[in-house]
Design a protein around this ligand. Structure first.
Ligand SMILES: CC/C=C\C/C=C\C[C@@H](O)/C=C/C=C/C=C\[C@@H](O)CCCC(=O)O
Ligand SMILES: [Zn+2]
Length: 599
């Protein structure tokens, strides 16, 4: 299947393995070096190789060790550039090595370089990557499509004193004292798509948190990170009971600076996480359960291209909540599922109708521009509904393990999945029309799954009613909720905005602990409620929040609110212009797209 987000001719010639030899220049903000791709002819007598690239400077290309000409063409802003080479006819099944010497741009979309001053501890510079969906092409010329999976090895040279980690197993390092460069080697022997290539470089410390897990972070962050993620092994074991063996050997986590655009990223062997999930009470570690779940759904069973992203994320959220059920109980599973379902109407207000579909038709659109929680929540609610309406108890117990065993190491698309479901589950046929509507229809799903255990939700709903209807709502009743329930309540309250100023001033009282929280999941809906109520005291809070946290879930939402209100728009524009140099390129691109609506 061709990938609409890739220029590569992977249906003719495919990469079978990749070898990276990189030197990271933290001062110049570049990675320079060489990539050796072992390629194989898929169709007879292929005479060209086309790779994806973006803002790369290619210096030399070798084919079987001999220099060959190449053409580097900038194609378009959404999908980047095309690197093409004419090669002697490559027969079907024949293999050869393509070597490319190149360097990245200081503005590479996948990379953020931070100065020491921009880090928590200010002990050294920092670099981290984000390749999903189509940013790997800005750090290596490749077949930047999830349809192609290949093992990779790497050798990375970094300034002495900095630790380098990758989405692979360590294969040794040379960090001898007195050397100007330290060299780290890695080996990812399991075939992975390009979006799962990942690197982080910085002053990092490690704490073991389980028999196959450690957490890495800057020194001042590592202890609290280790405490926050202490349940990691329990999550992995729960997932293995559901899906089968964890095949990636290590499951480490690295806590990134607050500019990291996402909650987590499922880079194999080394999950990247935002510091915003470190709350001290482990109330947001479902993100870790989510990234662990990706070790099966997403990293083994992978979407064929970004039109079918829901196969990665809908399945992963469904598996994440089954892990949560095993570790925390059934009530928590359905609490999270109900909260996700309740978030859909607000999400639908933010996306164009075409992007509200589960099965996308992105064409040449940058997948980042279509990204939302639709694949996560509309996708996982379909699987929950199928569990309740179509699958028997035995079929449900085996469902995810069968899915992984059937499609592991394959590039899966929606139509193949649906045909397989119809063939394997007798009751699917009767529900095919509903499933088609769920997959291909716009807006809310045609059915609502049952939230079987609402014991954690009942009190939340009552507190929301009290906060909205009472002139003197009970701060004690709100304070008695756990963190997740408070987030549920704040999200529900924000949905009811605009609120009376008197109500907001009352909720801002210290007894509620909302205005002073450091929990971003609580602060974000509070800011939304204030901004949508045109409550001016919230503007400085919103500006500081958008500046402090680069996670798109919070930053994009808050800038959207700030740009939408005349009273805050210019302040937000000025702040955004000042802060751009400190922001991740992906975040800059997304906030700029918001701002363009007001130009
Ligand atoms: C329908 C969209 C089609 C394709 C989008 C594919 C990738 C989008 C790209 O922006 C990468 C997303 C990476 C997400 C990483 C982690 C998420 O699971 C969590 C995001 C929300 C959060 O911050 O919690
Ligand atoms: Zn995910």
């Amino acid at each position: 299947m061709a990938d609409p987000s890739s220029f590569s001719n992977h249906l003719n010639v495919v990469i079978r393995s990749t070898k990276l030899d990189w030197k990271v220049d933290m001062a110049a903000k570049t990675i320079a070096g060489r990539v050796d791709h072992e390629v194989e002819g898929i169709t007879e007598d292929s005479k060209e190789i086309i790779l994806d690239a973006r803002d790369l400077t290619v210096e030399k290309v070798l084919w079987k060790g001999v220099e060959i000409p190449f053409n580097y063409e900038k194609v378009n802003p959404a999908l980047g550039d095309r690197l093409s080479m004419a090669i002697p006819a490559l027969s079907k099944g024949d293999r050869a090595t393509l070597s490319i010497s190149y360097r990245t741009s200081p503005s590479a979309r996948a990379l953020q370089f931070l100065t020491p001053a921009q880090t928590s501890d200010k002990k050294g510079p920092f670099l981290f990557s984000q390749c999903q969906a189509i940013h790997a092409r800005s750090i290596v010329p490749c077949q930047d499509t999830p349809a192609v999976k290949a093992p990779y090895t790497s050798k990375v040279s970094v300034p002495a004193g900095l630790t380098c980690l990758m989405s692979a197993i360590s294969a040794g390092s040379d960090t001898a004292a007195g050397k100007e460069q330290w060299v780290f080697q890695f080996d990812q022997s399991i075939p992975v798509p390009s979006y799962l290539i990942a690197i982080v470089v910085g002053v990092l410390e490690q704490r073991e948190i389980g028999p196959r897990s450690a957490v890495w972070a800057e020194p001042s962050v590592v202890e609290k990170s280790a405490k926050e993620f202490v349940e990691t092994e329990q999550f992995i074991k729960a997932a293995e009971e559901i899906c089968g063996e964890y095949v990636w050997k290590r499951y480490d986590l690295v806590v990134l600076p607050s500019t990291f655009p996402y909650g987590g990223m499922e880079n194999p062997c080394l999950t990247f996480v935002t510091p915003t999930i470190i709350t001290g009470d482990r109330s947001l570690v479902s993100v870790v359960a989510h990234e662990i779940a990706h070790s099966w759904t997403g990293n083994l069973v992978t979407t064929a291209n970004w039109d079918h992203f829901w196969l990665n994320e809908g399945f992963t959220v469904y598996l994440e909540r089954k892990i949560i059920e095993k570790v925390y109980g059934t009530a928590r599973r359905y609490f999270d599922a109900r909260e996700g379902w309740d978030s859909l109407p607000e999400t639908l207000k933010q996306v164009i109708p075409e992007h509200s579909k589960l099965r996308q038709n992105l064409g040449g659109v940058d997948p980042d521009d279509a990204f939302s929680s639709i694949p996560y929540e509309k996708g996982s609610s379909l699987l929950l509904w199928l569990e309740q309406e179509v699958l028997s108890e035995d079929e449900t117990r085996a469902f995810l393990r069968d899915h992984v065993n059937l499609f592991s190491q394959k590039a899966l698309d929606t139509e193949t999945w649906l045909a397989s479901m119809l063939a394997r589950y007798p009751k699917m046929k009767d529900r095919e029309a509903v499933v088609n509507e769920w997959l291909y229809g716009e807006g809310m799903p045609p059915k609502q799954p049952k939230f079987v255990d609402e014991s954690l939700i009942v009190e939340c709903v009552a507190v929301v009613a009290d906060l909205l209807s009472s002139a003197t709502p009970s701060a004690a009743r709100f304070a008695a909720l756990d963190s997740s329930q408070k987030v549920f309540v704040m999200n529900a309250l924000a949905e009811k905005a605009p609120l009376d100023v008197a109500k907001l001033e009352l909720l801002a009282a210290p007894a509620f602990g909302i205005a002073t929280t450091h929990n971003c999941e609580l602060l974000c809906p509070w800011i939304k409620a204030g901004m949508e109520s045109k409550w001016e005291p919230i503007i400085p809070v919103a500006l500081e929040f958008a500046k402090t946290y680069g996670r798109l879930k919070f930053c994009k939402k808050t800038y959207s609110l700030l740009f939408a209100w005349d009273a805050s728009r210019q302040l937000a524009k000025d702040q955004f212009e000042r802060e751009k140099p400190n922001m991740h390129p992906i975040t800059v691109q997304q906030v700029e797209a918001l701002l363009n609506k007001y130009k």
